[in-house]
Design a binder for this molecule. Structure first.
Ligand SMILES: [Zn+2]
Length: 456
């Protein structure tokens, strides 16, 4: 089974490559077999479905590099509004809710997040799942893989944890704490059960202790040992206000603390990095450590604006993330491409380096994300690459006047509606407003019922 996307108005093979106009794309199995003019005139493999792509702009699938799916069940709540609460008040209200979640709610929140991601062109999702209330059992990440399979999206599971009790300075309720040994044992189980390091892999596992301030040091050093033994990646939160706390506790700000223990390098990426000073950004560049920039929490929390122009000038690897719904009420990475660009423009006059071109922000969400997740088979469109893509039919009034620059369309103009098609590994997972083979109404009813159980 394969597809021929016939007569694509534009194919953006990568954010930095020339846009291809009026060409076809042949997809065979999981991969792109050919891109060229008038491929339909030649012989096609048996069973190829020809899709009329006239007017379509085709892009590499978006890669989400930071999220907390479970937080989808605390969205749009005035009682949890960051702007009206101190951090401590917010934590005191939200952690009791997080610690009540059941396995069924973790599953359904993952369904909700993944559906929104797929509808808006995301083809690979990473989730940082650090919440393991004891009563919720040991199969939360397994259920996330199940939810990803339902939609056919590539899923990288970040197995997180918190190990430091409140009595020793963390903010984590006791019912959400794990031991380092228990955490590592489950990481090993998940890697052995799910991690596939091969080309076109649909399932990977990363080790992702939640935050240095909420874990014992041994949780990080032992994660390092296991990850490098197993050949999996490492991830954590850095630079979201904790550096002064860590400095007081250890004599080191977060970047130095992590680098000294070895939790840095080409197999590591950090989320956020708001508060990093320029010498710290230079350390990220020197060690090859990547950054998942999540723009929308910066707006919501009123945080220091992440210095993406400085990172670009230094050559730091940058990807984009939606982040969890506790600090961004949507799971729409397409929206984040636009907001990331706009955020940098807001503070451009105070910066040493110019804002990267709009198209660069599409690059962060595609090739940049693929780099953070250690993938060379996704992030751009080309022969032999995985057929991970999305398409927008631009024959609509809102696109008139924008169609001359397809690479900048999403960051500069913004795309406010669901895409027309999303494909992962050569399989159509979203088309014409529906998930093929799935009943969205039934999924909605199940998720809504699960959410109501949280509030009663
Ligand atoms: Zn986060």
């Amino acid at each position: 089974m394969g597809y021929l996307l016939k007569n694509c108005a534009a194919i953006v093979t990568s954010a930095s490559a020339p846009v291809l106009r009026d060409q076809d794309m042949l997809i065979e199995g999981k991969a792109i077999a050919a891109i060229g003019a008038n491929l339909s005139a030649g012989p096609l493999p048996a069973g190829t479905e020809i899709i009329d792509a006239t007017g379509w702009f085709v892009y590499p699938g978006l890669v989400n590099t930071h999220h907390h799916f479970f937080q989808c069940f605390v969205r749009n709540r005035a009682d949890l509004d960051w702007t009206k609460l101190s951090v401590i008040e917010w934590l005191d209200r939200i952690y009791p809710i997080f610690s009540r979640l059941t396995e069924d709610q973790f599953y359904n929140a993952s369904v909700v997040a993944l559906a929104e991601l797929v509808k808006h062109g995301c083809t690979t999702a990473f989730d940082h799942q650090y919440n393991f209330p004891r009563h919720a059992g040991s199969r939360i990440v397994d259920r996330q893989f199940e939810a990803a399979d339902l939609f056919g999206i590539r899923f990288h599971a970040g197995r997180g944890t918190n190990t430091l009790p409140k009595s020793e300075g963390s903010t984590i309720p006791d019912e959400m704490l794990e031991t380092t040994d228990g955490f590592l044992a489950d990481c090993e189980r998940l890697i052995d059960s799910y991690h596939d390091a091969g080309a076109f892999s649909m399932r990977q596992v990363a080790l992702a202790p939640c935050q240095p301030v909420n874990c014992y040091k041994e949780t990080f050093t032992e994660s390092l040992r296991l990850a490098r033994d197993k050949g999996v990646l490492l991830h954590t939160h850095v630079g979201e206000g904790e550096s002064p706390v860590l400095l007081a506790r250890t004599g080191r700000r977060t970047v130095q603390y992590l680098e000294e223990m070895g939790f840095a390098g080409p197999d590591v990426w950090y989320a956020h990095c708001w508060e990093l000073k320029h010498p710290e950004l230079a350390r990220l560049a020197a060690t090859g450590t990547g950054v998942s920039h999540c723009p929308e929490p910066v707006y919501l929390v009123g945080a220091e604006v992440t210095d993406i122009p400085a990172m670009a000038a230094l050559g730091v690897r940058v990807g984009l993330g939606a982040d969890g719904a506790a600090s961004n009420d949507n799971s729409n990475l397409m929206h984040c491409v636009h907001s990331a660009y706009m955020l940098q423009c807001l503070v451009a006059s105070s910066r040493q380096h110019p804002v990267p071109d709009p198209a660069a922000f599409l690059g962060y969400a595609t090739e940049g994300g693929a780099s953070l997740l250690g993938r060379s088979d996704i992030g751009r469109l080309g022969v032999g690459m995985a057929a991970d893509l999305f398409a927008i039919d631009t024959r609509r009034l809102e696109y008139v006047g924008t169609r001359h620059d397809p690479a900048s369309l999403i960051p500069k103009v913004g795309v406010g509606t669901a895409v027309d098609m999303t494909m992962v590994n050569g399989r159509i997972v979203w088309r014409d407003g529906a998930f093929p083979g799935l009943d969205e109404g039934a999924l909605f009813a199940r998720a809504e019922a699960s959410l109501l159980n949280l509030n009663t």
